[in-house]
Design a protein around this ligand. Sequence first.
Ligand code: 13P
Ligand code: SF4
Length: 314
Amino acid sequence: TAVNEDLATEILELKEQRNAVILAHNYQIPEIQDIADYVGDSLGLSHKAAEAEEDVIVFCGVHFMAETASIISPDKTVLIPDLDAGCSLADSITADQLREWKTQHPGAVVVSYVNTTAAVKAESDYCCTSSNAVGIVESIPEDKEILFLPDKFLGAYVEMITGRELNIWQGACHVHEKIGELNLAEKQKEYPDAEFLIHPECGCSTSCMMKSAMYFDCKDGHVHSTSGMLNRAKESDAEEFVVATETGILHRMRKDSPEKKFYAANEESVCDYMKMITMDNLRDALKHKQFEVKVPKELAEKAKVPIDRMLQVG
Ligand code: 13P
Ligand code: SF4
């Protein structure tokens, strides 16, 4: 509509004036994905934040992602259009809980998923994302005890792929934990020829992989980060896909491959936090330079160590 076009034009003008770059996660609403300079997964977005040459980074995603960008690029102004855009997974462990867990496992190496607060990262040895969690764990000497947090499903998946025994924090994302075996079994009956694309935060990811084609009798099943799913959807010869993650990702899949069919494993898999970013509050973020996400220097320096290790692996 004309109103939407005006808003998009205003955003692009303000972006120029501010010398800003707009980074958006794969779960953002379609309009935000379409106006962003870069759309990606957590790892890709962190790399873009590190490379950005603009003065301002507007992060259309959730708070821990903007915080990570601010830690990586402390000299930039990092803005998030809504400060309430949080993450249930990041909320599932506090720095105090982690300190307590560490005292129970002296000498253990702490691997934290990037979906954590800066305070938790500052207590960690390595950060990882869904695209490099396996590589990070494999890079740690075999004789080391590992504390993996906070996602129990990603932890179980990494354990299964690497064959390493991990101590796993029992956290979960409220959206992904509800994507279970039932959803996939139903979808398999509905779409017997479809390829399954599964995010490792899903409640079903490990059991689906273990039981694999035998259980679901699915043509093929793949566990990937959100950008990994997008790449696989483009490259695969399959014509139909069942997608087990937040439904925002379907926009790009359909745009990239209009001839293919994409179905959500669970249509209700919507992250309300991701959907808090709108064209209106993106415009306001650029106009009023709000809301700045800045991590205090001392904390940021500690949290940067595991993040830099994450950026080095994959
Ligand atoms: P990705 O890094 O795979 O995009 O995952 C981020 C996330 O929050 C998934 O819920
Ligand atoms: Fe966090 Fe889950 Fe939303 Fe991803 S989908 S941002 S893990 S609450």
